[in-house]
Design a protein around this ligand. Structure first.
Ligand SMILES: Cc1cc2nc3c(=O)[nH]c(=O)nc-3n(C[C@H](O)[C@H](O)[C@H](O)COP(=O)(O)OP(=O)(O)OC[C@H]3O[C@@H](n4cnc5c(N)ncnc54)[C@H](O)[C@@H]3O)c2cc1C
Length: 333
């Protein structure tokens, strides 16, 4: 083993490994120093619970900040480093990320280079790492000089099934659709714009579906997003007498009915709660109520207009937001 090297790389993750890959054909003598051992191959490698929640592979290190306060650095010491675990979302930083950003905890200073200078290297990295995707589908994506080298992988299986069912007209009588948590479900830390893009995609499949003319989509939320409501929540009736007196309705949340039969340009002023959707399903399929709450709901029927001679096509959806709203939403200095 030689004792002299032209380049010594510390760490074999994405950073060190990519550098070594680039330098290897140069003829230079390159040494990679790696502190960790080989990652044991075991079923937990694929378990989100083990990797993310239980921190099974995170080192037991304690590091100290400049004030001497201890913290856990979330370091992975293995051949391949943290990169052995990464979720394989190889995204580009946005143009905004290179500029000065104000966060709650202080100012992240601007980089000395901009996105434009990095762009050719992102393109090379996407080739090297064989990234799959379609340009333009992610509304927050910055400009790129080349398409992704590989076509997109299929959707997450349950979303793919939804799109396939809509396209074929084989959607079941009732389908619950939920965004992927923390990715496109509108809930912080997910980006609202990706949530919008998901809803737009569902809508676009719906209006071209053979089932469109007998379809109703209820788009709503399960909580108010922690925004204050100046109207005190009303009370609902007791669901079941034998149960605890759970009658408080929550703060108001958005609710939109999407259907060829939805009343146009109409804002309902009827107080509804989530059980109104249950009542709607019961009314459509002639089913008995589950509790007094849904039995006493009007079932959202004011949102529909079943008169004849209506234009039943679905209008094109508005464009979703772009540019990275999560970052633009930082508070003023
Ligand atoms: C579960 C998980 C999911 C993730 N998902 C994504 C994702 O989808 N998309 C994304 O962009 N990012 C993701 N990340 C983050 C991403 O994995 C890291 O940013 C990236 O792997 C960092 O690469 P790196 O080369 O800088 O560091 P690492 O891959 O951690 O490599 C550092 C290497 O240095 C070695 N080392 C450390 N100290 C020494 C020393 N003193 N001597 C010798 N060697 C040393 C370590 O053992 C390690 O091999 C994820 C991270 C985790 C943990």
């Amino acid at each position: 083993m030689p004792e002299d090297y032209d380049v010594i790389i510390v760490g074999s993750g994405a950073g060190g490994g990519t550098l070594a890959h680039r330098l290897a054909p140069s003829g230079k003598r390159v040494l990679i120093l790696e502190r960790g051992d080989w990652l044991p191959r075991e079923i937990e490698n694929w378990s989100a619970q083990a990797v993310f929640a239980d921190n099974r592979y995170v080192s037991t290190d304690t590091w100290y900040d400049r004030d001497g306060k201890p913290f856990q650095p979330q370091i992975h010491y293995f051949v391949g480093g943290a990169t052995k675990f990464y979720g394989a979302a190889l995204y580009r930083l946005r143009e905004l990320d290179f500029r000065e950003l104000k966060h709650h905890g202080g100012i992240s200073p601007a980089w000395p280079i901009g996105y434009d200078e990095m762009e050719p290297y992102y393109t090379q990295a996407e080739q090297l790492y064989q990234v799959h995707g379609n340009r333009g589908e992610d509304p927050s994506e910055p400009p790129a000089s080349a398409p992704y080298p590989f076509p997109p992988v299929s959707h997450e299986p349950r979303m793919q099934q939804l799109y396939d069912d809509l396209d074929r007209g084989s959607l079941p009588n009732v389908a619950f659709v939920d965004g992927v948590e923390d990715e496109d479900d509108d809930h912080p830390t997910a980006d609202l714009q990706l949530g919008e893009a998901r809803v737009k995609a569902v809508y676009e499949h719906a209006i071209t579906s053979p089932q469109w003319q007998r379809l109703a989509i209820f788009w709503t939320y399960d909580e108010a997003g922690a925004f204050a409501d100046h109207v005190a929540p009303p009370r609902g009736c007791l669901p079941l007498p034998a149960r605890s007196p759970f009658t408080e309705l929550g703060p108001r949340i958005p609710f939109v009915a999407i259907s060829a039969w939805a009343r146009r340009n109409y804002a309902s002023h009827v107080p509804h709660d989530h059980t109104a959707m249950t009542r709607f399903i019961e009314a459509i399929f002639d089913l008995p109520a589950l509790t007094a709450r849904d039995a006493n709901s009007d079932g959202l029927l004011d949102l529909f207009d079943f008169s004849c001679g209506r234009e039943l096509s679905g209008p094109p959806p508005p464009e979703v937001g772009s540019g990275g709203c999560a970052r633009l939403g930082t508070p003023p200095g």
